[in-house]
Design a protein around this ligand. Structure first.
Ligand code: K7E
Ligand code: CUA
Ligand code: CA
Length: 658
């Protein structure tokens, strides 16, 4: 995440934010748009937070296009009536909750939370043996990590659009990548990446640059934000000039790293091209600063592009090294080693100060890199980056084809299917809609080009913004979501911790229309909006997919092997296969539970008081738990998931002998 500008926009928070009203003028309106930009363009960046505070109330209507106010909106047309289904899934990262969420649009209803890097006592994630194995344990069976920080979710692609197979998600804290199966909406693999810290941007490739027949995701690219000593084993602690970062390519099937590429600077967000040839990441800390003031020294940072085919050729040719104990081959993508375009693995395109976010347009032609500390977005042409690698450009900066001024604090951009880009403006608390071709013309000197065509106030301080199907070739230009970091007065107060505000905006017309606010709890960073027909889920599991399934209620039993006791159990509403089972104090107990119900939606739970056991089994699913029965007594194992009229009666007894 970017810097939190504490105290920001306090004056505007006190205004009236009813969508039907325009913003109220505040004390700063005297400072016009141009003056404001110059102010931010001066060298006074060390005082950025203070400067922003001073600008807080400035609410210009912007050049080109007055601020949309909502106008008269037929809210009824976005309603999803009882019994009706929504049009889109939104898969959302859960930030430092460590989970992934599924909500649906246009209603904004939350359907599911998918535990990934966190522990969840409803599903038993982090409690069952199966989930612990995916999460990773120490030799004694305890979890290695039980915290996570998910920022970006991106599904697998075929032919430049979502194929409904997988969702990939990052863990910024511990540098892990996870995969969620989209048929069950459950995490099935997690890998901890070597040699990195602060794994932030993640993006699957959209086809294979080496094999034109492979038009689906086979790699997932992972950027690391924090530079560290390599290897990070205690050396060079006090010398940040020796810290570095590597970019990781992970195999989408095995989820194992294929290669890494060392780069100068850091990596923030990641975007991949539609032809598989390039992957890029915006860099806000090309300075290699260790404190925030040092990270803002340069007027320009960069967007680094990796040439995937060249890197994989170098890996194949063994032009690699390794770092510490890691066996993952690493190539040298630093600027010094890649000055010659004819052989370069990487291309560093200069972009203004501390960019945040990079996204590719659905036609595959442009990358939009947001300015964050510059009021601009930088448009980089895909074919021109390729031309640099062919030696046809003098300077990587020539790959930039537009750099419109769009407003203050641009963070993330999304696209429709009509040539418009929508960028979140964190400091302005607005979404700005701008025309890509007009921006290119304006950059070429056409002063009549109308770049910014609309602005919409959002509430407040948007981070990510994303459009329906906008990260695919099938962008449909219907909806934009503004994920706002502050909600302040938009919902009933719930104490000092506020929810965030996910705002649904209709972008199908000339003017953006704010449709509704949906509260989301801390703290999604990014989401993707997927057409519902792409997602095909299972209704029940297949018992044969579980090697340890207890195939028949007649197989229910207790087996003892020394101190190890295994309890084989089934569930079928409203009973468990054993009404009681006996163990001895100190036994290492494993319970294997197979749900024999075949009815869709018939999930059972299994909880054991005083033993921290709590999990669910869905229809035809098998799960197991292991624990020490260390307290003599009677323990009612009960069904936690309301399943039947006799749900409360659905129990078994664990009898622990002294
Ligand atoms: Cu919050 Cu995508 Cu991690 Cu920007 S990042 S907001
Ligand atoms: Cu089974 Cu409730
Ligand atoms: Ca910088």
């Amino acid at each position: 995440m970017f810097l939190r500008f504490t105290g920001l926009k306090r004056s505007s928070f006190t205004g009236n934010h009813d969508v039907t009203k325009t913003k109220e003028p505040t004390e700063n309106t005297a400072l016009d748009d141009a003056g404001r930009r110059n102010f931010l363009n001066t060298a006074a960046f060390a005082g950025l937070a203070g400067a922003s505070l001073g600008l807080a109330g400035c609410q210009p209507d912007g050049e080109g296009g007055a601020t949309s106010t909502g106008g008269s909106i037929d809210y009824g047309k976005y309603q999803v009536h009882p019994g009706q289904l929504d049009e889109y899934y939104a898969f959302s990262s859960g930030g430092h909750s460590g989970e992934v969420r599924i909500y649906v649009l246009p209603s904004g209803r939350l359907l599911k939370r998918i535990p990934v890097f966190n522990i969840d006592c409803m599903t038993g994630w982090g409690i069952t043996n199966e989930s612990k194995k995916i999460l990773g344990t120490h030799p004694d069976g305890t979890l290695k990590y039980w915290t996570g920080d998910t920022h970006h979710v991106h599904p697998s692609y075929t032919d430049g659009t979502y194929d409904g197979r997988y969702l990939f998600v990052n863990d910024k804290i511990h540098g892990r990548i996870a995969r969620v199966r989209l048929d069950t909406m459950e995490c099935d693999k997690i890998t901890e990446l070597p040699n990195i810290q602060g794994f932030h941007g993640i993006f699957p490739d959209k086809c294979d640059p080496l094999d034109s027949a492979v038009n689906y995701t086979t790699r997932v690219f992972c950027g690391s934000e924090f530079h560290t000593p390599l290897p990070n084993d205690g050396r060079d602690l006090d010398d940040p000039t020796r810290y570095s970062c590597v970019f990781t390519c992970v195999d989408a099937e095995t989820l194992e790293p294929r290669w890494q590429c060392q780069v100068d600077g850091n990596m923030d967000l990641v975007a991949t091209s539609y032809d598989g040839k390039l992957v890029c990441s915006n860099q806000y800390n090309t300075e290699g600063g260790a404190v925030f003031a040092d990270m803002m020294l340069r007027e320009r940072d960069a967007c680094v592009f990796l040439n995937v085919a060249r890197i994989e050729a170098a890996v194949k040719a063994g032009k690699t090294f390794t770092i510490g104990d890691s066996k993952v081959p690493v190539v040298d993508g630093t600027q010094a080693a890649n000055a010659d375009p004819a052989t370069a693995l990487t291309c560093y395109v200069p972009v203004p100060k501390n960019p945040h976010g990079v996204n590719i347009s659905p036609d595959g032609r442009y990358y939009a890199c947001s300015g964050k500390l510059s009021p601009t977005a930088t448009l980089i042409a895909h074919d021109r980056v390729l031309q640099w690698f062919e030696g046809r450009l003098q300077d990587p900066r020539e790959a930039v084809v537009a750099e419109p001024e769009i407003g203050l604090g641009p963070l993330h951009s999304a696209f429709d299917n009509r040539g418009f880009c929508y960028t979140t403006l964190f400091l302005d608390s607005q979404i700005v809609k701008w025309n890509i071709e007009a921006a290119i013309k304006a950059y070429q000197g056409d002063s009549s080009a109308q770049v910014v065509v609309d602005r919409l106030d959002v509430h407040y301080q948007p981070g990510h913004g994303f459009t329906s199907m906008g990260e695919t070739r099938e962008a449909d230009g219907k909806y934009f979501i503004s994920d706002n970091k502050f909600a302040k007065d938009r919902f009933l107060p719930v104490g000092p911790l506020h929810p965030e505000n996910s705002q649904l905006i209709d972008i199908s017309g000339d003017k953006m229309k704010l449709v509704h606010d949906t509260p989301v709890w801390s703290e999604p960073h990014d989401s993707i909006v997927v057409r519902r027909d792409i997602i095909k889920t299972r209704q029940i599991y297949n018992m044969d997919d579980f090697p340890h399934a207890v195939k028949s209620p007649l197989d229910c039993r207790v087996e003892r092997n020394g101190r190890k006791v295994t309890v084989y159990l089934t569930s079928q509403a409203p009973t468990f296969g054993l009404t009681e089972f006996k163990v001895k104090r100190g036994d290492e107990v494993t319970i294997i539970l197979t749900n024999h119900d075949k009815v869709e939606d018939l999930t059972h739970g299994f909880a054991i008081p005083k033993h921290n056991i709590n999990f669910i089994v869905n229809p035809q699913e098998t799960k197991s738990v292991a624990f020490i029965a260390d307290k003599p007594g009677v323990y009612w194992c009960y069904c936690t998931h309301f399943c039947h009229a006799l749900h409360l009666e659905m129990r078994s007894r664990m009898l622990v002998e002294a």
